[in-house]
Write a protein that binds this ligand. Structure first.
Ligand code: UD1
Length: 418
């Protein structure tokens, strides 16, 4: 168990660099299944979820490891691919399921455990499966495994009822090696989808329209080894911005693509917090109180669900009442009871949290239920008076952030492993 003791009420000040995007690294590493030979992927954050996908690749017969000499670089040697992904890894991290498209495309057969439920909702994979079936796969569920078969995938028109990030990525990967043309309607537009498309294009795939609602893919016979550097993590950037705001600090956050965090920037500005953009640096300063603001999570370019818990922590200290509505996941308010233990005044009404701003939070023992809930509690602890003991049984914070505690401590926080 990871236990962190946070001594709060210390403003964060200074400069900090954002790491590579976890949610781009995971599908891009999965996509290397389709790229024979030696590839090199740079700017990969060193965190537990990436270690899990690397272990999935190894279990499939691909050699994958962090470089000893170049930081944040993963070297891949792909000379064979097996078709079965291991149960203990896929059930540990939902994104491991995203290997289904690549394995199916290269092997004609993929056997992947059905991911279990998780703290933030049931998170089914029906949209992935519907998309792969449209490309000609026969998909069955046997003994807890999803088994997909297709001697040759064929391009097709696919339309998603919801713009699922993972399903867009699964189908785009499978379509890259299918025969003929695929169009994905109502596709997810997240920057990580675009990054995956750019990786595949560099490896020889023919993809247009990534980042729009309609992605068109013309299948090619094979992909070729590639060197690629992934985008900065917009959710880490947003989390750092919220940390500056909630501690009444002053941060220069470097290595940011501001366009990717526009919704977060706008929302912070709406509360009256000063946010300035200078190229790839975001300056954020909060030396005063700030106003309440209503927010609704939506697929990109809307306000990200992965920023909702952190923003809720911040709004718990705003002047006035905010309504935070969650429209992407059905059960993403596990942080609320913990925030209440710290003195926040929050009520849950259906899929909305009614947050009445309070003057201060006070440190308390709290439990982490999922990754972004953990970030929200850490931010609350940084702002709270006294000590907050964060119990993170499943190491969620290490799963999704690279050196977050070290980064905060370098900016003036006082966080110790307990
Ligand atoms: C990705 C991100 C995650 C983020 C989420 C939404 C990665 C590795 N993870 O997750 O951090 O919170 O996007 O921005 O990139 N759904 C279905 N059926 C499906 C697929 C999804 O009903 O087949 C539902 C989910 O239960 C959820 C919603 O669609 O309610 C969004 O899920 P999706 O966009 O697929 O998220 P992920 O790709 O799993």
């Amino acid at each position: 168990m990871l236990k962190l003791l946070v001594k709060g009420a210390k403003p964060l000040r200074g400069e900090v660099m954002v790491s590579g995007a976890k949610n781009a690294a995971l599908p891009i590493l999965a996509a290397t299944i389709m790229v024979p030979g030696r590839s090199v992927i740079r700017n990969i954050p060193n965190l537990l979820d990436v270690v899990t996908i690397i272990r999935v690749l190894r279990a499939l017969g691909i050699k994958a490891e962090y470089s000893q000499s170049a930081p944040n670089t993963v070297n891949i040697w792909n000379y064979q691919v097996k078709h079965v992904a291991p149960y203990e890894l896929v059930t540990k991290m939902r994104a491991s399921f995203f290997v289904i498209g690549p394995i199916l495309a290269v092997k004609g057969l993929a056997k992947i455990p059905l991911p279990g439920g998780c703290a933030i909702g049931s998170r089914p994979v029906d949209i992935h499966i519907k998309g792969l079936e449209a490309l000609g796969a026969r998909v069955e569920l046997e003994h807890g495994f999803v088994i997909a078969r297709a001697s040759k995938l064929r391009g097709a028109k696919v339309y998603f009822d919801f713009p699922s990030v993972g399903a867009t990525e699964s189908v785009m990967m499978a379509a890259a090696l299918a025969e003929g043309e695929t169009s994905i309607g109502n596709a997810a537009r997240e920057p990580e989808v675009v990054d995956l498309a750019n990786f595949l294009i560099k490896a020889g795939a023919k993809i247009e329209g990534a980042g729009t609602e309609e992605i068109r893919v013309v299948g090619v016979e094979k992909l070729s080894p590639v060197e690629y550097s992934i985008i900065p993590d917009r959710i880490e950037a947003g989390t750092l911005m919220m940390a500056a705001a909630i501690t009444k600090g002053d941060l220069k956050i470097r290595g940011v693509i501001a366009e990717h965090i526009e919704a977060t920037i706008r929302k912070l500005q709406e509360t009256g917090i000063q946010v300035g953009i200078d190229g790839e640096t975001v300056n954020i300063k909060n030396d005063d109180g700030f106003k309440a603001s209503d927010v609704k999570t939506l697929p990109y370019p809307g306000f990200p669900t992965d920023m909702q818990p952190q923003f809720t922590s911040l709004l718990s200290l705003a002047n006035g009442t905010s309504v935070v509505s969650e429209s992407v996941f059905e059960n993403r308010f596990m942080h609320l009871p913990e925030l209440r233990r710290m003195g926040a005044d929050i009520k849950l009404e259906g899929q909305s949290a009614i947050v009445n701003g309070v003057a201060k939070l006070s440190g308390a023992p709290v439990r982490v239920t999922d990754l972004r809930a953990g970030a929200a509690l850490l931010l609350a602890g940084l702002a709270a008076e006294g000590e907050t003991l964060i119990e993170d049984r499943d190491h969620h914070l290490n799963r999704g952030y690279e050196r977050l505690v070290e980064k905060f401590n370098a900016l003036g926080a006082d966080i110790k492993k307990a």
